[in-house]
Design a protein around this ligand. Sequence first.
Ligand code: PHE
Length: 350
Amino acid sequence: MNELDTIVEAARAAFGGAETPADLENAKAQFLGKAGRVTGLMKGLAALSIDEKKSRGAAINLAKQAIEAALVARRDALAQAELQDQLRAEALDVSLPGRRRASGGIHPISLSTERIEAIFGSMGFEVAQGPEIETDWFNFTALNTPEDHPARSMHDTFYIEGGAPGAPNLLRTHTSPVQIRHAVQHVKKHRHLIDAGQTMPEIRVIVPGRTYRVDSDATHSPMFHQVEGLWVGENISFKDLKAVYLDFIQSFFETRDLDIRFRPSFFPFTEPSAEIDIMFGTGPLKGRWLEVSGSGQVHPQVIRNMGLDPERYIGFAFGSGIDRLTMLRYGVDDLRLFFDGDMRFLSQFQ
Ligand code: PHE
């Protein structure tokens, strides 16, 4: 092997051994750089005769071209390898199942609330809302439950800083305070009719919402849901309550094979008062009376607190547990399941 071939072989070996573009550039400098071996050969030409220069020069050029070709080939190979590495690193496994975007659903309590609103809506009831942080006045006193009234003890709740002296604000224990709030607004709006001795449009409203009591077991949660119903006019009686509630409850449970009864009870804001029980004629709950609601004829003092004359205006109210109705509708035996946020439970309602 002559000297030139040896250099070409050495260059090929050096380029082949370069694992990175930087290594390759270093190797290139050893052969083609200013102080490189090929450059050294070129410099040696100066000492030769014209003829020798020609033949030797041509041979060196061939060797140089061979080295350059080897350099370009190695550069391409390294670039290819780099690209392959990158492609491998960024590879997508298209055989993996895609991540599906889960579709949300409506919570069972919200489903019930929507049903209740639709049913009462079809009977001409408006839907009203009120604050969950309530004053002592609206939650108790305006509802004929003065301070120290024993009925307050049934409504142990969470008190909050602020409010009137000796009467702190609280988390409302029922939706009944919205009876007063709504009625006062209604009466204000129609004051001119009332004062002129004309007939005020009836108050016919339901109030679904969150309520709070210090209570926690399988059938009680510190936060629960009620729906209040209120119908006040000049001639609204218990028989209207019975008709409305029976129609509601049968629509809610989608069966006519469902009876209701009124059991005497006590609430400070109604007189007389009754618990409403329901009984299914078929199904797993057949034949058992189940308590679902408090109710009664609105107490004259409450009518007065609404800004109306109890000699002229009369009506009924009820307050039902939405959670309880939902448990009965779906056969759920532990109320806490609704609020645990377990998707295995909640997704069954979609
Ligand atoms: N507010 C009562 C309760 O929570 C229920 C009720 C409402 C009773 C309206 C009568 C009339 O216990």
